[in-house]
Ligand binder design. Structure first.
Ligand code: PGA
Length: 254
């Protein structure tokens, strides 16, 4: 059985001193959790201090993105080699990267490949827009994003991957996806991985839901069979809310 995974995406929020305060609070509250793996993804600038603050804790660290080249003349980018010294996870293909920074499915695939090559576990985000949902294209879009994103990976490498179903219309909007819809899409995601890489790979991959997850609705997602955790934006900036969300996944209620 997969260990539940609860990931906090701090996005472009908090200064380093503010992050330190939040990390101290989180460490105290999350220390007792055993069946859930908690990951926080602060800004690049905070990764180094956060890695020291979290060194002896059970809270893991992730980055919000990476670049696919290892080094060179790529002003403003961050190398997977540099990240691999400090983080275990990396979010790839978040809809905000796709929307504001032009990350295409092919770019996402290269980033996923680079992450795995440097022993970082990618949390691959996939999800349809509101228009696509209204046109009945949700499944087609998600399957196509995912198929491209993992196209460079072997069956063994797939074990390192988590896939976050994040419908774009649910991110930061308060319009949470119905748990039954999230369960259905998570099953589709697993079925695609099974078709491409076999049953064992599909069972090992952790599938998360993300989009307006709060301390009030987390328990609804924790009950789902196909959903192994959540990717949390706004609510991860509040230590009480994020702790409640993480606790909803422990013990695993399946
Ligand atoms: P949200 O963001 O929880 O604020 O909706 C989720 C995400 O962007 O990963």
């Amino acid at each position: 059985m997969n260990k539940s995974l609860v990931v906090g995406n701090w996005k472009m929020n908090l200064t380093v001193p503010e992050s330190t305060v939040l990390i101290e609070k989180l460490k105290k509250e999350l220390v007792k959790l055993k069946a859930v793996e908690v990951v926080i993804c602060p800004s690049y600038l905070d990764i180094y201090p956060a890695s020291k603050e979290l060194a002896e804790s059970n809270v893991a660290l992730g980055a919000q993105d990476l670049f696919y080249e290892e080094e060179g003349a790529y002003t403003g980018e961050v190398s997977p080699i540099a990240l691999s010294h400090f983080v275990k996870y990396v979010i790839v293909g978040h809809s905000e990267r796709r929307m504001h920074f032009g990350d295409t499915d092919k770019v996402v695939a290269r980033k996923v490949e680079a992450a795995v090559a440097h022993e970082l576990s990618p949390v691959i985000c996939v999800g349809e827009s509101l228009h696509e949902k209204e046109d009945g294209l949700g499944k087609v879009v998600v399957m196509s994003q995912l198929e491209t994103a993992i196209s460079h990976l072997t069956a063994a490498e797939i074990a390192e991957v988590a896939v976050a179903y994040e419908p774009v219309w649910a991110i930061g909007t308060g319009h949470v996806c119905k748990p039954a819809e999230a369960e259905n899409m998570a099953a589709n995601i697993r079925a695609l991985i099974k078709a491409l890489y076999g049953e064992k790979a599909s069972e090992g991959v952790r599938v998360l839901y993300g989009g307006s997850v709060t301390d009030e609705n987390a328990a609804d997602f924790a009950k789902l069979k196909q959903v192994d955790g959540v990717l949390v934006g706004g609510a991860s900036l509040d230590h009480e809310k994020f702790t409640k969300i993480a606790k909803a996944f422990e013990p695993k209620k399946k």
